[in-house]
Design a binder for this molecule. Sequence first.
Ligand code: PLP
Length: 364
Amino acid sequence: MKRNVYNFFGGMAIYPSRVIEEVRKDLLEYENTGLSIFEISHRSQTFRNIIAQTENNLRQLMNIPDNYHILFLQGGESLQFSMIPINFLRNRNRPANYIVTGYWSKKAIKDARREGQVNIIWDGSKEGFTRVPKQYELQFDSDAAYVYYTTNETVEGIQFPMKPDVGNIPLVCDMCSDFISKPIDVTKYALISAHAQKNAGIAGVTIVIVRDDFLQDVPDNIHTMLDYRPHVEKCSIYNTSPTFAIYTVMLMTRWLIEDIGGLEEMNKLAQRRSAIIYELLDKNADFYKPHAKPDSRSLINIVFNLPTAELTQKFIAEGAEEGLVGLQGHRSLGGIRASFFNPMPMEGVYALQDFMLRFREKYH
Ligand code: PLP
């Protein structure tokens, strides 16, 4: 499949040609079943094999130990903003600690507050969400029910280079936009959640990786679908699972293992891609203004501004004419955002680099 349009949207993300071609084939018939992948029942052995394969791929890629459950849930990451405090803050006489680094972590607090005490232990809003905190700036409540943070703020393009050290407090994170983009030590987390539609598959499924012992104190007054435990017991088939979305996670993780070679390799590619554009931004600082402070720059979402709103509009429109689509910044921030999710090929990065250099020449 030949592509001459590159998708820089913050979501839906770009997909590898291999995966799109596999989906096309399986839409007609999935593995000699005589059925389209759409028609495979969530109660069938075929789907149980798909979900088992998807889980195995994730365990292999992320080195996930057996004392962690992998769940495939619905409701997007926004539902995790509620499920996390409902399960782990409700009925506790202990606070949750939230690190506020941008649009998404700020949003998560609203629902957490409905369930108990939330202490914001660091807030980057006064600095315009341009950086993540340093370890020495973080002081946790020793009795905190959990510490919550967002590994990569998709809107502002800032990313934690390393996870915060929280000692023995359970660490919970929204990993939506840098999930399976680099190796991480899963054992340092009590819970990781990430919707699929950035690096892992299509919209409709959210992956939750949760440590078994973290589920021990979950209260019993939770509506069934909002309680993690029924999903654990029923292996993510408590009700009708989002079968097609889970199947795409199987394909994306297989592609990452077989074609890319795993998360070390993926991270090298992510470093190479973003370095090209950040270097260009730094060399042309009289025209392009990066949003993030250098040590908090995201490898995934590169956010920058142009000298005027008019030039910003021209940049987006002329980029789109050349097949570089989705370069507009998030509606809350404006400016430009170039998102490099896992499948972005180097050709897409070079095309953007070339366009940015020519654009500067033309309008500077
Ligand atoms: N968290 C992050 C980091 C995001 O980037 C997004 C959306 O892009 C969300 C949460 C919300 O996700 P959803 O639309 O699946 O609810």
